[in-house]
Structure formats: structure tokens, C-alpha cells
Design a protein around this ligand. Sequence first.
Ligand SMILES: *Cc1c(COP(=O)(O)O)cnc(C)c1O
Length: 477
Amino acid sequence: MTVRYVSTRGGMAPASFSDILLEGLAPDGGLVVPETVPQIDAATLERWRPLAYPQLAVEVLSRFADDIPRDDLERLVLAAYTADRFVAPEIVPLTPLGETLTLVGLSEGPTLAFKDMAMQFLGQAMEYVLDRSGTTVNILGATSGDTGSAAEYALRGKRGIAVFMLSPTGRMSAFQRAQMYSLADENIHNIAIDGVFDDGQHLVKAISADLDFKREHRIGTVNSINFGRVSAQIVYYVWSWLRMTDALPAAERGAATIDVTVPSGNFGNILSGHLARTMGVPIRRLVLATNENNVLDEFFRTGVYRPRTGAETLETSSPSMDISKASNLERFVFDLLGRDPEALAAAWRDLDRDGVLDLSEHLPRFATEFGIVSGSSTHADRVAAIRAAHREQGVLIDPHTADGVTVAERLREPGAPMLVLETAKPAKFPDIIVEAVGAPAPIPAHLVGLLDAPQHVIELPADEAAVREVIRAHAVR
Ligand SMILES: *Cc1c(COP(=O)(O)O)cnc(C)c1O
């Protein structure tokens, strides 16, 4: 059986996983989704129980990438999740945080943030698909720190791929700068823009809107709507349920469920949890946590989706969750509207016209049918959570994870195991760690030398012509 991918808005001929891997956005402006979500039953989950993380990832991804021959997929997945790229030998370690919570360690990868989990697979899969079709791609992106470095570490040295990543000069931490700019691979081009993150993003949009230039240089992106990323993130929800039920007697496992709290921005990570739950993984509730940019919390509490403008978006101490609209939400709304592309397209026309989408008639179903509840945190909450975890458990958590811990503590229910996804390591965010505990988190031993390594970066004004020139000069043909 082949999984066919279609658009949430109905305007795309069914395509295979390999076909959709380089995009995410369907030609009709919708997002690509599997026509039917693969199902896994209790017996299959038990069969997967003894598998190590990379082998489990092969099984889960083979349900989505079923046009890639099994042997090839296995090679790609095993190359993505190796001991030399991830600090923890189990790739995704589960650790108790006090009596009530369990942290799911998703930031053991090369850039110390959860985006590595998906990007490492995507890098392998993209190179494979390009190789097979004899084409190349030039990835153009703008980053404020996390996404860009995860993409660069996943795509460095890959055949047929070059990366042009715009970052704001002087707006990243010394560690983030060192992480990106120390890469010496020939296919990685760091471009420091004299401006802020929005200036970089604006340049990317302007260049991508020039369809002739885009076609000539085969410009692509690896943003969070990429379904290859979404599929790779499903694996750790399956893994988390398996590890949380390992200690139970076999007869009790089938009925055991977990609650998972997800620090959320673009709704990418939690969408993968929603898909895992749809596939049959016994997840009781998905708890969505936002920071002060609470557009998603507002949606899940009121049923009204009201994207913000850039100017309304606050700069917070959990910067990777500072979003004005949640680009993956359309995939959830597609399911909410019975996977009816016409209803979805009509809803998005309303959203484009009114700037707001009122789905409050469906509000009761959010929790009952989809198991999604939500909350948000403030800077003071995150500082308190970091301080408490440090003082009481001797564990340093990062501000995004602290956001999750805050909301998880508020919404957990007795008797139901509550997991919190750890989306980054504290060493990346020294300011709030100093504020909370008086000293920055230690730089992990294997990265201490990074700060002194030579840096490779092209400095440019926020000028479209200058960026185009760099792409022209270094694009892979
Ligand atoms: C990207 C990111 C998030 C938000 O994830 P989404 O998939 O956009 O919801 C949360 N925490 C960290 C550290 C991130 O890098």
C-alpha cells in the first residue's frame, strides 16, 4: 500500500513522500497531508518495544515514506540517528523531574535543540531523493538562531545541496554565532545581515517571490511545514509511550496512556503528537504550552484563531516560540473539519478576508475528541520553573522547556503520567539562566572549543541585490 499525499485545500494531484519532501506547501497554497493516516495497533506497538530508537524510527517512517525501498530507508535513518551525532546513547533519554513529571530529552543532537530530531533525517532523505532524480537544490532561509543551525548541521557536506542562511548581525548569542559560523563546509554559506530577524525573513520572501530567479537557481526551503520533518517527529511520541510503559505488567500496558506537554510555536512538534495519537499511540492528552505570544493558547481555549502581526509579536525569553501565526495549524483544522478540503479552503478564505477564524462551535471537541488542552507562561513563570528545577532536582532546564514545565504542573491530573518535551539545552540561553540561578549553564564538554574556532560569515547590508549576488556566485548547479 502506498501512502498518497494530498493538499488540505484539495488542489493537488496525489503525490508520493519523495515528491513532497522538498516542499511542504501544496501548489494551491494548502499544506500536504497523507490522504489517510497509517494506523498502528497494540500488537505492533508491542513488537516495536525491544527496538532501539533508530530501528523504531525506521518502522515508523516506513509507514509514511513507503515509496523509498526499505533497505534505502533503513540506511538513511540509521545514518541520521548515530551515537556520534547525539550525546545520549539512547538518542532520546527519559528522565524524571521530581515526583510528577518526566522530561523527554529531544536536544541531544548537534545544535542542542529538538529541531535536530527532524532535520537530521530530512538531510539524509533530501540528499537521497535529489541524487535519485539527478537534481540539486539551494536552500535559502532566515534564522534568529535555532532553525538555521539545525538545518546547517543536517545539510553540511551533502551532495547536491547548498545552504544560504541569513542571520541578524549582533542579535544572536555568542554560542549561537559560534555554532553556525564555525562550520567550514563548502556548501554552507552564512550571511550576516545588518538588521534584525524580520529583515532577513523579508529578503528571503522577496527573493523567493521572484519565480524566474527561484527556478533558475532551484531555490528551496526547509521550514517547519515540511512534512518530512513532521513525520520524523512522530517517532519520539511512540518511543515515549513505549518507555513509560516498559515497567508495567504486559497485561496492563494496552490500557496505559500518557499525557505529553509540548512547548509550541508553529504547531509543528505538537502536530506530530496529534498524528501519533491519530495513528493509535495511547496518548490521552496533548498539552500545548505557549509563552506570552499566546495565539495558539487562545485558539485552544476559545476556538478563535487570531494571527498577530509582526509588530504585535513580543520578544520573549523563550525566543523560538515567538510566533505571530502558527503555520502548521491548518493541518489540525483540516482534521477538525472532517478532512474536508472544501470546508478547509472556505475557512482559510474567511481567515484571509477577516484576519480571524472563528471555529468556536467545535470548541468542545478540542479536548474530548482530540485530547488537546493548553496554557501559557510568562517570563516570571519560566524563571521560577528554572529555579525550582535547579534547587529541588538539581536539573537545569532551558526557558522553552520551562514553559512546558509551568503549563504541565498547572494542568497535570493525578494518576496520569505527565511528560514534558525538552526542546533545547540551557547552554543556548545564558541570560535567563543567570537570572534564575545566578550563573550560566556550563557549555557541554564536547562544544567547549567551539567559541574559539575560526568563523566563516559573509557580512552584507539588508539588500536584496547583494544577497542575490552571493547566491549566484555560490549556488550548486
Ligand atoms: C522551534 C522550537 C519550538 C517550537 O516548536 P514548533 O514545532 O514550532 O511548535 C520550541 N522550542 C524550541 C527550543 C524550538 O527551537
